[in-house]
Design a binder for this molecule. Structure first.
Ligand SMILES: Nc1nc2c(c(=O)[nH]1)N[C@H]1C(S)=C(S)[C@@H](COP(=O)(O)O)O[C@H]1N2
Ligand SMILES: [Mo]
Length: 201
Protein backbone atom coordinates (compact mmCIF):
# COMPACT_ATOMS: atom_id res chain seq x y z
CA UNK A 1 0.00 0.00 0.00
CA UNK A 2 1.41 3.41 -0.87
CA UNK A 3 2.05 5.72 2.11
CA UNK A 4 -0.91 7.96 1.38
CA UNK A 5 -3.38 5.16 0.78
CA UNK A 6 -6.22 5.24 3.29
CA UNK A 7 -6.22 2.13 5.48
CA UNK A 8 -9.41 0.07 5.37
CA UNK A 9 -11.96 1.30 7.88
CA UNK A 10 -10.20 4.62 8.47
CA UNK A 11 -12.25 6.76 6.20
CA UNK A 12 -15.52 6.98 4.44
CA UNK A 13 -17.32 3.86 3.43
CA UNK A 14 -17.90 4.58 -0.15
CA UNK A 15 -18.19 2.69 -3.35
CA UNK A 16 -15.19 3.17 -5.56
CA UNK A 17 -15.09 2.17 -9.20
CA UNK A 18 -13.65 -1.32 -9.77
CA UNK A 19 -9.88 -1.61 -9.37
CA UNK A 20 -9.45 1.80 -7.69
CA UNK A 21 -8.05 2.60 -4.23
CA UNK A 22 -8.63 5.76 -2.21
CA UNK A 23 -5.85 8.27 -1.51
CA UNK A 24 -6.09 11.23 0.85
CA UNK A 25 -4.97 13.74 -1.70
CA UNK A 26 -4.68 13.64 -5.47
CA UNK A 27 -1.00 13.61 -6.42
CA UNK A 28 -0.14 16.22 -9.00
CA UNK A 29 0.17 14.20 -12.17
CA UNK A 30 0.72 15.17 -15.76
CA UNK A 31 2.97 14.58 -18.70
CA UNK A 32 5.51 17.31 -19.46
CA UNK A 33 6.11 20.71 -17.87
CA UNK A 34 3.64 23.14 -16.29
CA UNK A 35 2.90 25.86 -18.85
CA UNK A 36 3.55 29.50 -18.10
CA UNK A 37 0.43 31.66 -17.92
CA UNK A 38 -0.13 34.18 -20.67
CA UNK A 39 -3.54 35.67 -19.80
CA UNK A 40 -3.40 38.28 -22.57
CA UNK A 41 -2.95 35.63 -25.23
CA UNK A 42 -5.19 32.97 -23.70
CA UNK A 43 -8.11 31.91 -25.88
CA UNK A 44 -10.47 28.95 -25.73
CA UNK A 45 -11.18 27.66 -29.22
CA UNK A 46 -14.04 25.45 -30.35
CA UNK A 47 -13.46 24.24 -33.89
CA UNK A 48 -13.76 21.25 -36.16
CA UNK A 49 -17.24 20.34 -37.39
CA UNK A 50 -19.14 23.26 -35.89
CA UNK A 51 -22.70 23.88 -37.01
CA UNK A 52 -21.76 27.19 -38.63
CA UNK A 53 -18.51 25.88 -40.10
CA UNK A 54 -16.73 28.68 -38.23
CA UNK A 55 -14.30 28.40 -35.36
CA UNK A 56 -15.51 29.99 -32.11
CA UNK A 57 -13.04 31.65 -29.76
CA UNK A 58 -13.62 32.81 -26.21
CA UNK A 59 -11.51 34.95 -23.92
CA UNK A 60 -11.22 34.01 -20.27
CA UNK A 61 -13.49 36.90 -19.14
CA UNK A 62 -16.12 35.74 -21.64
CA UNK A 63 -16.09 32.24 -20.19
CA UNK A 64 -16.00 33.53 -16.62
CA UNK A 65 -19.14 35.54 -17.42
CA UNK A 66 -21.21 32.39 -18.03
CA UNK A 67 -23.42 30.96 -15.29
CA UNK A 68 -21.25 29.50 -12.54
CA UNK A 69 -21.66 25.87 -11.59
CA UNK A 70 -20.25 23.74 -8.79
CA UNK A 71 -19.52 20.05 -8.87
CA UNK A 72 -18.27 17.81 -6.07
CA UNK A 73 -16.57 14.91 -7.76
CA UNK A 74 -13.87 12.29 -7.34
CA UNK A 75 -10.75 12.16 -9.45
CA UNK A 76 -10.06 8.65 -10.75
CA UNK A 77 -6.63 8.13 -12.29
CA UNK A 78 -6.31 5.10 -14.58
CA UNK A 79 -3.13 4.12 -12.70
CA UNK A 80 -5.45 3.17 -9.81
CA UNK A 81 -5.78 6.01 -7.33
CA UNK A 82 -8.99 7.88 -6.60
CA UNK A 83 -9.30 11.10 -4.61
CA UNK A 84 -12.74 11.63 -3.14
CA UNK A 85 -15.07 14.59 -2.90
CA UNK A 86 -13.07 17.32 -4.53
CA UNK A 87 -15.02 20.50 -4.96
CA UNK A 88 -14.71 22.29 -8.26
CA UNK A 89 -16.40 25.33 -9.72
CA UNK A 90 -16.45 26.83 -13.14
CA UNK A 91 -18.81 26.74 -16.08
CA UNK A 92 -20.62 23.80 -17.60
CA UNK A 93 -19.03 22.51 -20.80
CA UNK A 94 -22.63 22.13 -21.98
CA UNK A 95 -23.08 25.92 -21.90
CA UNK A 96 -20.06 26.36 -24.16
CA UNK A 97 -21.44 23.69 -26.51
CA UNK A 98 -24.68 25.70 -26.66
CA UNK A 99 -22.76 28.84 -27.64
CA UNK A 100 -20.61 26.98 -30.17
CA UNK A 101 -22.74 24.05 -31.33
CA UNK A 102 -21.57 21.07 -33.38
CA UNK A 103 -22.96 19.66 -36.58
CA UNK A 104 -25.61 17.00 -36.03
CA UNK A 105 -23.29 14.16 -37.14
CA UNK A 106 -20.69 14.83 -34.42
CA UNK A 107 -20.26 12.07 -31.81
CA UNK A 108 -16.81 12.81 -30.38
CA UNK A 109 -14.65 15.77 -29.52
CA UNK A 110 -10.91 16.06 -29.15
CA UNK A 111 -10.29 18.27 -26.12
CA UNK A 112 -6.90 19.90 -26.32
CA UNK A 113 -4.58 21.64 -23.91
CA UNK A 114 -1.24 23.41 -23.81
CA UNK A 115 1.78 21.55 -25.20
CA UNK A 116 -0.23 19.23 -27.42
CA UNK A 117 -1.97 17.20 -24.69
CA UNK A 118 -5.39 16.03 -25.83
CA UNK A 119 -8.14 13.58 -24.95
CA UNK A 120 -10.94 12.02 -26.94
CA UNK A 121 -14.35 12.51 -25.30
CA UNK A 122 -17.80 11.53 -26.45
CA UNK A 123 -20.04 14.50 -27.09
CA UNK A 124 -22.66 12.97 -24.79
CA UNK A 125 -20.09 12.88 -21.97
CA UNK A 126 -19.05 16.47 -22.65
CA UNK A 127 -22.61 17.74 -22.32
CA UNK A 128 -23.42 15.76 -19.17
CA UNK A 129 -24.82 17.95 -16.40
CA UNK A 130 -21.68 17.35 -14.30
CA UNK A 131 -19.00 18.09 -16.87
CA UNK A 132 -17.25 21.26 -15.82
CA UNK A 133 -14.69 23.61 -17.25
CA UNK A 134 -13.28 24.19 -13.81
CA UNK A 135 -11.57 27.43 -12.85
CA UNK A 136 -11.62 26.92 -9.07
CA UNK A 137 -10.87 24.15 -6.61
CA UNK A 138 -11.96 24.45 -2.94
CA UNK A 139 -13.06 28.02 -3.64
CA UNK A 140 -9.65 29.21 -4.85
CA UNK A 141 -8.51 29.75 -8.43
CA UNK A 142 -6.78 26.68 -9.84
CA UNK A 143 -3.07 26.70 -9.19
CA UNK A 144 -0.65 26.39 -12.08
CA UNK A 145 0.09 22.75 -11.38
CA UNK A 146 -3.60 21.87 -11.02
CA UNK A 147 -4.33 23.21 -14.48
CA UNK A 148 -5.10 26.92 -14.12
CA UNK A 149 -6.73 28.89 -15.51
CA UNK A 150 -9.03 26.10 -16.68
CA UNK A 151 -9.28 22.31 -16.70
CA UNK A 152 -11.97 19.88 -17.72
CA UNK A 153 -13.59 17.82 -14.97
CA UNK A 154 -15.51 14.81 -16.22
CA UNK A 155 -16.46 12.87 -13.09
CA UNK A 156 -17.56 9.57 -14.64
CA UNK A 157 -14.49 9.16 -16.86
CA UNK A 158 -10.86 8.46 -15.90
CA UNK A 159 -9.08 11.69 -15.18
CA UNK A 160 -6.76 11.53 -18.19
CA UNK A 161 -9.93 12.64 -20.05
CA UNK A 162 -9.78 15.89 -18.10
CA UNK A 163 -7.04 18.02 -19.59
CA UNK A 164 -5.46 20.57 -17.30
CA UNK A 165 -4.64 23.88 -19.07
CA UNK A 166 -7.52 23.16 -21.44
CA UNK A 167 -7.59 25.42 -24.49
CA UNK A 168 -10.56 24.14 -26.45
CA UNK A 169 -11.94 21.24 -28.40
CA UNK A 170 -12.57 20.17 -31.96
CA UNK A 171 -15.80 18.49 -32.99
CA UNK A 172 -15.05 15.24 -34.79
CA UNK A 173 -17.03 13.46 -37.48
CA UNK A 174 -14.42 10.69 -37.51
CA UNK A 175 -12.86 9.42 -34.32
CA UNK A 176 -9.44 10.84 -33.57
CA UNK A 177 -7.45 9.47 -30.65
CA UNK A 178 -5.94 11.81 -28.10
CA UNK A 179 -2.65 11.61 -26.22
CA UNK A 180 -3.39 8.56 -24.05
CA UNK A 181 -5.94 6.99 -26.38
CA UNK A 182 -3.09 6.72 -28.90
CA UNK A 183 -0.93 5.04 -26.28
CA UNK A 184 -3.12 2.11 -25.36
CA UNK A 185 -5.92 3.73 -23.37
CA UNK A 186 -9.63 3.43 -23.94
CA UNK A 187 -11.61 5.64 -26.27
CA UNK A 188 -14.50 6.16 -23.87
CA UNK A 189 -12.84 5.59 -20.47
CA UNK A 190 -15.91 5.15 -18.25
CA UNK A 191 -14.59 4.45 -14.71
CA UNK A 192 -17.64 2.49 -13.58
CA UNK A 193 -17.26 0.08 -16.51
CA UNK A 194 -13.47 -0.02 -15.95
CA UNK A 195 -12.75 0.99 -19.51
CA UNK A 196 -9.00 1.49 -19.08
CA UNK A 197 -7.34 0.00 -22.14
CA UNK A 198 -7.73 0.00 -25.91
CA UNK A 199 -7.99 -3.80 -26.05
CA UNK A 200 -11.29 -3.56 -24.15
CA UNK A 201 -12.97 -1.45 -26.85
N1 LIG B 1 -2.67 18.89 -19.86
C1 LIG B 1 -2.68 17.73 -19.18
N2 LIG B 1 -3.76 17.44 -18.43
C2 LIG B 1 -3.81 16.28 -17.73
C3 LIG B 1 -2.74 15.37 -17.77
C4 LIG B 1 -1.62 15.70 -18.57
O1 LIG B 1 -0.62 14.94 -18.69
N3 LIG B 1 -1.62 16.90 -19.25
N4 LIG B 1 -2.82 14.19 -17.05
C5 LIG B 1 -4.16 13.74 -16.67
C6 LIG B 1 -4.10 12.67 -15.68
S1 LIG B 1 -3.54 11.16 -16.23
C7 LIG B 1 -4.54 12.84 -14.39
S2 LIG B 1 -4.63 11.54 -13.33
C8 LIG B 1 -4.99 14.16 -13.89
C9 LIG B 1 -4.28 14.49 -12.61
O2 LIG B 1 -4.79 15.69 -12.05
P1 LIG B 1 -4.08 16.28 -10.75
O3 LIG B 1 -2.67 16.61 -11.12
O4 LIG B 1 -4.86 17.47 -10.34
O5 LIG B 1 -4.11 15.20 -9.70
O6 LIG B 1 -4.71 15.20 -14.84
C10 LIG B 1 -5.05 14.85 -16.17
N5 LIG B 1 -4.92 16.01 -16.99
MO1 LIG C 1 -4.05 9.69 -14.57
Amino acid sequence: MSPDAVPPGAGLHRTLPPGQHLVREAPVMHYGPVPRRRPDRWRFTVGGATESGEEHTFTLPQLLGLTRAEVVADLHCATGWSAADLSWSGVLARDVVDLAPPRTDVEHVLVFAEYGYSATVRLEDLVSGRTLLATHHDGAPLSDERGGPMRLILPHLYSWKGPKWARGWNYLTEVQRGFWEERGYHLRGDVWCEERYTHQE
